[in-house]
Ligand binder design. Sequence first.
Ligand code: AAM
Length: 351
Amino acid sequence: IIKVNNSEKFIKNFRNTKNTLFACTISSIETTKTIPISGVNAKVIDYTPAADMELVVLGKSVSLAHPPIDATNCPSPATITRAVVDLLKTSCITIDAGCNVKPKIPHILAEKEPTGDINVGKGIKNSKLLVETGKILGKHLICDKLILGESVPGGTTTAMGVLIGLGYDVRDKISSGSVANPKDLKLSVIQNGLSELKTMTEKASSYDIMNAVGDNMIAINAGICISLAERNIPVLLAGGGQMAGVLSIIKEISPETLTKELIGISTTEFVYNDPNADLQGILNQIGKIPTYISKFDYEKSSVDGLKAYCSGSVKEGVGAGAMATYAYLNGLKPEDIREYIEKYYYEWYNE
Ligand code: AAM
C-alpha cells in the first residue's frame, strides 16, 4: 500500500475485520445508451452493475452468462472485490440507485429512476432529495467501519462533470474505464450538459450542478458519508475520480465532515499511476484527504485479461482498490487476490 496524507488515526480502524461493511451503490446512466463515453463493454453495459454485485455476493453473475467485461474483453474489477469478500468473509450490501437491470440478490432501493442524460443537463431528478436519502441510509447502516464503492458505467464522466461544474481543474486528470480515455467526447458531453444549466440559473448550486451532469451514486454516497461522520464511523471511499466527485460534493454541502479524519479514499495503482490522468492533482485541490493506493502483481498473471490491467484496461471499480487495501491491512498479499481470481477465472468466464 502506498500512503499519501496518511492518518494513522483513520487507517487503524481498518486493521481488523470486525464489523466491516462493504456497501456498493449502483446505477445506470442513460447517456451511455447513445454516446460511447464508457469503457464498459457496450454489449453488457445495462447488466454490468447488477452482474458485478451478484459476483461479489454470490460468487457468480446470474444476470449475465459471465461476469462483466470492459471494451477490451477484460474481466470486471468485481473479481478483485469478490476475492476479498470471500477470503475475509466481509458483509456486503447493494444500494440500487437506479440500475436498468436489477440484481438478483437482496438490495436496498434508494432511487427508482436511472441517472438521466447528462448531454442535455438532466443527470439527476432531485439531487438534494438523494443526498437526504443517503443520509437516512447512513443513519441505519450497522458497522464499525464502512468501505463505500460504486458500479456506475459512464461514472467517470459524471464525476468529471461535477468537478468541472464546481470549478476544479480536472480536464486531463480523470481516469476512465477504457484504455483510450475518450476525453474530448466526455468533455463535450459535460459542456453540453452544463450549458443547459447556465440558461436556467445565474449562480448554480452544487445541487444544480449534480442535477445537470452528476449521477445518482455521487449524491447518495455523499449523504451516506455525512451521516456516518456524524456517528463517528470511518468511511473508506472506494475508487478514484468517481470518489473524488463524492468528496467534492461533501466539501460543498458539509465541509465539517472532512475535518474529522473519518473519511479517506483508496484506489488501485492502475488509476493512481494512469499516465492519462492525475488523481492526486484533483485530491490536492479538494483538501488533505488520507489516500491509500493498492498494488497488484498482475504483470505476473497467467490470465491475459488480468495482465491487461497493467496496460490500462479496466483499472478500478466495484470497490476493488479499497478492498485490496483492506485485504493487505489484514494479512493478505497481492498474490492471494491474484491466485483466487486465477483459480475461478475459467469457471466464471466459461473458457
Ligand atoms: C465496473 N464494472 C466494470 C467496470 N467498472 N466492468 C468492466 N469494466 C469496468 N471498467 P467508465 O466511466 O469508463 O464507464 O468507467 C467507470 C465504470 O468502470 C464503473 O462502472 C466502474 O465501477 C468500472
